[in-house]
Design a protein around this ligand. Structure first.
Ligand code: SAM
Length: 264
């Protein structure tokens, strides 16, 4: 006797076997379970990766008790020390004129002074990017932002624009910056990896990032050890990002100027 074809079924429809259907359902749920397990382990791995990036350590007098790539991160220089940034001897001691020459600024460039403090460097860079350029003066301390806004205003430098950042993000528009410079700042970033990632995002393709740090290699430089960095350490930390080392200027008496270019 011929079995009645169920209503709506085509001639090609297979016969329904309960055992085959059960096996298919089992396979389906196995895939769902596997996907859930993978998603959960990825979510758990994220905080673990973050925890591995930084490690706790007993805080030294000038540090924050947090290590990154083999060094302890220095404590942020408070706004109460602002007068030291504006000291009369600074130009002679640090040869800021040589630093400015090393930056090779041009009219029309957009420069980000990350950790600008009172704006000592911003004010010196601002005239050289005119006409058409601008200086983003970025700092994490609102008090420093007030000080740098006042100093830019009294100098009549309208091309300086202050930006309050967060500890882990410079908060600048994407692909807007030709050159980002950090003078005596990088060693005290509480989140160096995240800040650098945000700097990279803000740089135009081919843009430059410049680290200016007191030379750890030179014991005569009268700065506390945690506030110095060796050229090798700067290169090691920059190597985590798509940055190509361009040159190191060593002619300044206390600092080295290490220049990288964003790849791509
Ligand atoms: C030693 S001061 C140098 C100031 C300025 N670059 C100069 O040479 O005159 C370091 C500055 O970096 C700032 N800073 C520290 N962490 C920062 C962060 N995550 N983002 C932006 N600025 C930061 C501090 O608030 C401080 O003003």
């Amino acid at each position: 006797m011929r079995r009645q074809r169920p209503r709506g079924a085509t001639a090609l429809a297979p016969q329904r076997n309960p055992a085959v259907a059960a096996m298919k359902a089992l396979a389906f749920w196995r895939w769902i379970l596997l996907a859930c397990l993978l998603a959960t382990s990825a979510a758990l791995a994220q905080p673990a990766a973050l925890a591995q990036r930084y490690s706790p350590a007993p805080a030294s007098a000038d540090g924050i008790g947090k290590r990154y790539m083999g060094r302890e991160i220095a404590a942020v220089m408070g706004w109460q020390g602002a007068a030291w940034l504006e000291r009369e001897d600074r130009e002679r001691e640090e040869r800021t004129d040589l630093l400015l020459a090393a930056l090779a600024l041009r009219p029309g460039m957009v420069v980000a002074d990350i950790g600008a403090g009172t704006g000592y460097l911003s004010r010196r860079m601002a005239p050289t990017v005119m006409p058409g350029g601008k200086v983003w003066a970025v700092d994490v301390q609102p008090e420093m932002i007030s000080l740098l806004q006042a100093s830019a205003k009294s100098s009549g430098l309208t091309q300086i624009e202050a930006r309050l950042s967060s500890a882990d993000d410079v908060k600048l528009p994407a692909a807007s910056v030709d050159l980002a410079v950090m003078v005596d700042v990088y060693h005290e970033l509480a989140y160096p990896y995240e800040v650098m990632a945000s700097v990279l995002k803000a740089l135009k393709p081919g843009g430059r990032v410049v680290f200016v740090e007191y030379k750890a290699e030179d014991p005569r430089v009268p700065i506390k050890p945690l506030h110095k960095m060796s050229e090798a350490q700067i290169k090691r930390e920059a190597a985590v990002f798509p940055l190509e080392w361009e040159r190191t200027v060593s002619t300044l008496p206390w600092q080295h100027v290490v220049v990288f270019r964003k790849q791509g």
